[in-house]
Design a protein around this ligand. Structure first.
Ligand SMILES: NC(=O)c1ccc[n+]([C@@H]2O[C@H](COP(=O)([O-])OP(=O)(O)OC[C@H]3O[C@@H](n4cnc5c(N)ncnc54)[C@H](O)[C@@H]3O)[C@@H](O)[C@H]2O)c1
Length: 352
């Protein structure tokens, strides 16, 4: 079994979690980090003990001894150029969602990863949430029968919504519903999405940066199954980076009703009032355990590279998710359903 050398580009919130997971993983030999905020670089350096820490990410790309690169930098416009450089240098790549900004960029990255024969995966962390994994298993082992419909409602706080929509012009469909689109499309494979209808609401965030507050999406599959996903980012603060989700998966033989709303742990203190610990989407370290999906997702990628195992999220799946959320954005703008695959006129309506 070969240990691997890993580089992380962008050690903010998620990159910091990934650095801690790499530090804890015995399959990682040398860890390298790059972060252009010096203060944050030093913070993560002190916690994760990398062998190198630089403000220049090309130190990682240019290091021939580094096998795998995790790209967790923002804004999201950096994902494509950084992933292209890392893949071109022959590195295995873990890239936070979204895979790219345009479908053409996503296609180029997918092709490049195949040409270079490297692992390439996208950070759809919710697949590593045990409740989500349970839904997937109940479909695979026949407990639910054939899928009929699904419903997901996801919300995060307005402080996080402001952070995300302030740095990049990507909608709640592209940045939040994307997790649930990925998950439900994965559950429903091999069925393919053929028609998308979406609506957006503008009440709160528009004044701040012009972004919608939420997007509600109905997806029709080529086998007649239909599902709805709603995602918003204007909840009042309850806990830093609070997220709340409910899911339904209804099949011909059974139904699963999942509460991932994070209302199960309530901390009430005189100093800070009511809070909801362990309620962020990536999760957080709690003593000796990680409460949330992001550490396991990181370990999965490390194992895929070190043990030459397949990645759970393929870049082709991430590209399909991207096509669906772009169609949702177009549908909301035109106020009419959009048929997949997107045609050139659809694509140029969003790129030009
Ligand atoms: N899967 C999930 O649950 C989840 C949750 C939150 C965010 N995300 C995704 O993860 C990504 C990171 O989000 P975040 O909240 O950690 O963002 P963040 O802003 O906290 O961290 C990004 C870091 O990248 C650094 N950076 C920017 N340019 C750089 C460069 N040229 N070189 C090195 N570092 C650079 C920034 O200084 C910052 O510290 C986003 O794209 C987001 O979509 C995923």
């Amino acid at each position: 079994m070969d240990r691997i050398n890993v580089g992380i580009i962008g050690t903010g919130w998620c990159g910091g979690i990934r650095a801690d997971a790499c530090f804890a993983n015995p399959l990682v030999a040398d860890l390298h980090i790059a972060e252009n905020r010096e203060e944050r670089l030093r913070e993560v350096e002190a916690a994760a003990h990398p062998v190198s820490a630089s403000t220049d990410y090309r130190v990682i790309i240019d290091n021939p001894d580094i096998d795998a690169v995790m790209i967790s930098a923002t804004p999201e416009t950096l994902h494509y150029p950084m992933a292209r450089e890392a893949l071109s240098a022959g590195k295995h790549v873990f890239l936070e969602k979204p895979i790219a900004i345009t479908l053409a960029e996503a296609d180029e990255l997918v092709t490049l990863s195949h040409e270079k024969k490297v692992k390439f995966t996208i950070g759809y962390s919710q697949r590593f949430n045990p409740k989500y994994a349970y839904i997937k298993r109940c479909l695979e082992d026949g407990t639910l029968g054939e899928p009929v419909s699904a419903l997901v409602s996801r919300h995060i706080t307005r402080s996080l919504g402001k952070k995300i929509s302030g740095r990049v012009k990507l909608s709640p469909a592209a940045m939040e519903a994307t997790h649930d689109l990925d998950f439900v499309l994965w559950c429903l494979e091999p069925a393919k999405p053929i028609r998308i209808y979406a609506q957006t609401v503008y009440k709160v965030m528009q004044e701040i940066n012009g972004a919608p507050d939420c997007t509600w999406i109905i997806v029709t599959m080529d086998n007649g199954v239909s599902f709805t996903i709603g995602a918003g980012w204007i909840l009042p603060l309850g806990y830093p980076n609070f997220s709340t989700t409910t899911l339904e998966m209804v099949g011909t033989k059974g139904a699963l009703l999942i509460d991932d709303s994070h209302r199960d742990v309530v901390l009430n203190t005189v100093d800070n009032g009511i809070q909801f610990p362990m309620s962020s989407m990536p999760g957080e370290q709690v003593g000796h355990v990680f409460a949330g999906p992001m550490a396991n997702e990181t370990h999965h990628f490390i194992e895929a590279v070190a043990l030459d195992k397949p990645v759970l999220v393929t870049p082709e799946q991430a590209r399909k998710v991207m096509e669906v959320y772009i169609a949702a954005d177009i549908s909301a703008e035109r106020n009419e359903p959009v048929t997949l695959p997107l045609n050139d006129a659809d694509i140029s309506s969003i790129t030009g």
